[in-house]
Design a protein around this ligand. Structure first.
Ligand SMILES: Cc1cc2nc3c(=O)[nH]c(=O)nc-3n(C[C@H](O)[C@H](O)[C@H](O)COP(=O)(O)O)c2cc1C
Length: 387
């Protein structure tokens, strides 16, 4: 705990995570595609937006609660789906879901998670979404929906920015495979992190928990887990497939990975209840714009017909405020909670929520706002320039 106490912002967890994880695991978490231009841009773009505070307003009581797809959250910061979370800390998805519930927010479980839909639901009663890809085998999608309904998942979130895998060169250089292949380089890497290695060896094997049996069969056929996943992603998917999924699910449905206003319009037309503006944290197509840059255009295109969320580069309370002021219902984070988990397990994620919550409250007070509904373009100094 003492080291967690010396984390004062989200980036401090990154530094701690780097020391705790083998290099190849940290790079998988931290990295982006190609030259990582979009990865950097996601964060840099937030700093170009300037805030315009008001003073002498009573800011004693600040309420961060808001509604997201009919669900009340105590903080407008949700957790994006990330696969194979137990790789970063043995407590994995269960720890993150519990910390999210304690913080009063929503956790999205990835379809390639290392803990199953059912086990995550059993561990945490908080509001959960399930992220889905369009798997080649449509029967898997139907089964996922049935399992999510039974386990009480509130919404489905379809990720659409992964028709093929992005080019993550850090992983190529590190020869990263799932499960990790033992080479001299990887052996030296993991052996220099004995605590991580101990938990890795003594915890149940890390698998794609939601499809463990079919994935196992594929891996024993000779292909790796990554091969199996790549084969399951269907690059022929189009809007009709998504419309079919929305109809099948018949509940709150979000599309994640939209950055183009025309796609946002189309998503609304086929019945999506929410859009997550995302470039997969700069892990897919490089040289895309940042997510905050496209937010105003998407807000205009959607015109209130669906809720808009955004992820990518959110690291500060002021980033959360900027996105909400420009029209997002809430924001989401991926890497920051994984850094916090790697740094200190469940306690680490609790500490992360404690810090970001305090930051948002302090920033709202300095801005002269006491409620989320007061975050409008009026608090942005250069709103014209951005819009
Ligand atoms: C290690 C890692 C694994 C991820 N796995 C998934 C996934 O399984 N499904 C998905 O839709 N997005 C996945 N993402 C993308 C995140 O959901 C999210 O869009 C991104 O991390 C947001 O950017 P940020 O990390 O700057 O907050 C992953 C991201 C990371 C860093």
């Amino acid at each position: 705990m003492s080291q967690l106490k010396s984390c004062f912002n989200l980036d401090d967890f990154r530094v701690l995570a780097k020391s705790r994880l083998p290099r190849m695991i940290f790079d998988y978490l931290d990295g982006g595609s190609d030259d990582e231009v979009t990865l950097r841009r996601n964060q840099d773009s937030f700093s170009k937006i300037q805030l315009m505070p008001r003073v002498l307003r009573n800011v004693e009581n600040i309420d961060l609660s808001t509604m997201v797809l009919g669900q009340k959250v105590d903080i407008p910061l949700l957790l994006s789906p990330t696969g194979q979370t137990r790789m970063f800390h043995h407590s994995g998805e269960v720890a993150v879901a519990r910390a999210a519930a304690r913080a009063g927010t929503i956790y999205s479980l990835s379809s390639v998670s290392s803990t199953s839909i059912e086990d995550t639901a059993a561990a945490s009663g908080g509001c959960k979404w399930f992220q889905i890809y369009v798997w080649r085998d449509r029967q898997i999608i139907r089964e996922f929906m049935t399992r999510c309904r039974k386990s009480g998942y509130h919404a489905l979130c379809l990720t659409v920015d992964l028709p093929v895998h992005g080019n993550r060169e850090r992983d190529l250089r590190n020869r990263l495979t799932f499960p990790a292949a033992l080479t001299l380089k990887t052996a030296m890497d993991v052996m220099s992190h004995p605590r991580w290695l101990y938990h890795y060896l003594t915890s149940p094997k890390i698998e794609i928990a939601n499809v463990a049996s079919s994935a196992k069969a594929a891996v024993s056929d000779g292909g790796g887990l990554m091969d199996y996943i790549s084969r399951q992603f269907d690059s022929t998917v189009d809007w009709d497939d998504v419309a079919w999924m929305i109809e099948q699910w018949d509940g709150p449905f979000l599309i994640k990975g939209i950055v183009n206003p025309q796609d946002a319009r189309r998503a609304v037309e086929i019945g999506a209840s929410g859009i997550i503006i995302s470039n997969h944290g700069g892990r897919q197509l490089d040289s895309m714009s940042s997510t905050i840059e496209v937010l105003p255009q998407i807000v205009q295109a959607v015109a209130g017909r669906a809720e808009i969320l955004l992820d990518g580069g959110v690291r500060r309370g002021t980033d959360v405020i900027k996105a909400l002021a420009l029209g997002a219902t809430a924001v989401m984070i991926g890497r920051p909670y994984l850094y916090a988990l790697a740094a200190g397990g469940e306690e680490g994620v609790d500490r992360m929520f404690e810090l970001i919550r305090a930051e948002i409250i302090r920033d709202m007070a300095l801005l002269g706002c006491t409620k989320i509904s007061q975050l409008t373009t009026a608090v942005i100094f250069n709103a014209q320039e951005i819009g």
